[in-house]
Write a protein that binds this ligand. Structure first.
Ligand SMILES: Cc1cc2nc3c(=O)[nH]c(=O)nc-3n(C[C@H](O)[C@H](O)[C@H](O)COP(=O)(O)O)c2cc1C
Length: 351
């Protein structure tokens, strides 16, 4: 595996390999074929210490795999030789210090394109980094990991902080890519590839920009995607930020509000963040999100959990925390750990 030293932060002995590729299915798998493939893959991944995510959509696969180099190499050799897919293209190969999918032998997303809701393109006030947004969005949609990282490294060298780059570049790029999809300039698959590029870029940027590594919090947070939400950029960016701030971080990619409630029950998290897509507005998901927030609160009745929500609609203020019954809605990823710590402290003072 190729090593990009720029994104490595900790003890080299605990590095794990992380590989993302895309490919085309030779013939469209039925739901049960897909389930069978994933069930077998999960067993094998578990035995080799490999975790990851597989997205199937309209004849295309996108997969991220993470694990010890030996196990990863074995799985990758099988996948490359598998005749059920072709046009296999590696998008990224990295050594990383922590897993994103630590609880998932293989998380499966499979969904059909659904573009019934239109949305006006973003009109947020421009920032000094705004002129990088269109070019960066194109690089992300093209899966051009090398040039994204080179550009981010040079922006960080100009003195921008990790929080600035995340708030004023990475998050707007996610929305620009969402606009590209909404106006038919890319497929949803390309959008998902682009978001996974940004996820890695967001991780890398904390190294380039020398993010503060002050381990001082004793709070714990569960960072979850909204049930069924395949876009996980915000959750991944938050994981880096909360980890840097010393929080105990757990991640969840639940399939239902009940699954999320089960994960919350008995764990004693101080806060939970539930994220919709950063790229696309999900108006129709709001009612469900409200139910998820309610179920999350009920799941730990004895413990006061601060519930935060995020996603493009909250960033653009087309939805509010109150509209889904949450305590906090993120306008951007930056500062979320500080704000949630304040809310936890306030809640405890009021009790
Ligand atoms: C898109 C796709 C993704 C796959 N992902 C995995 C995986 O994550 N882990 C795994 O063990 N097998 C995976 N497989 C199946 C492997 O390609 C292979 O069939 C299986 O590991 C058995 O390997 P073997 O034939 O070398 O024994 C995947 C297959 C496809 C088509």
């Amino acid at each position: 595996m190729q090593v990009h030293t720029g994104i490595v932060r900790t003890d080299p002995n605990s590095w794990i390999g992380c590989l993302t590729y895309q490919s085309r299915a030779v013939s469209r798998p039925s739901e049960s074929e897909l389930e069978q493939l994933v069930a077998k893959a999960r067993r094998r991944n578990r035995s080799l210490g490999v975790t990851g995510m597989l997205l199937y959509e309209n004849g295309r696969f996108l997969q991220t795999l993470e694990g010890p180099p030996d196990g990863l190499r074995k799985v990758w050799a099988s996948i490359r030789a598998d005749e059920r897919h072709r046009d296999i293209e590696v998008l990224t190969e990295h050594m990383v210090s922590s897993r994103l999918f630590s609880d998932w032998d293989l998380l499966l997303y499979s969904h059909e394109e659904n573009k019934s809701r239109r949305h006006r393109p973003s009109d947020l006030a421009p920032h000094a980094l705004a002129h990088y947004v269109p070019g960066m969005a194109q690089l992300a949609l093209d899966g051009d990991d090398t040039r994204i990282n080179a550009r981010l490294a040079s922006i960080a060298e100009q003195g921008w902080s990790a929080d600035d780059i995340v708030s004023h570049l990475i998050e707007p790029v996610a929305r620009a890519m969402g606009d590209a999809w909404l106006t038919d300039r890319c497929s949803e698959f390309d959008l998902t590839v682009g978001l996974s590029m940004l996820q890695l870029a967001g991780h890398a940027v904390r190294t380039y920009a020398g993010a503060a590594n002050l381990r001082r919090s004793r709070y714990s947070v569960l960072l979850a995607t909204a049930p069924g939400e395949p876009h996980m950029l915000g959750t991944a960016l938050l994981a880096d930020q909360f980890t840097d701030a010393g929080w105990q971080v757990e991640m969840a990619f639940p399939g239902s509000k009940e699954a999320l409630a089960n994960q919350i029950a008995g764990q004693g998290h101080d806060a939970v963040d539930i994220a919709l897509s950063d790229a696309l507005p999900r108006q129709r998901a709001l009612a469900k999100l409200r139910e998820t927030v309610e179920a999350s609160r009920k799941a730990s009745p004895g413990h006061l959990v601060v519930v935060s929500v995020g996603g493009r609609m909250f960033a653009e203020a087309t939805a509010s925390a109150a509209s889904v019954g949450a305590d906090h809605a993120r306008r951007c990823v930056a500062g979320t750990s500080v704000r949630l710590a304040q809310l936890i402290r306030q809640g405890r003072t009021l009790q």
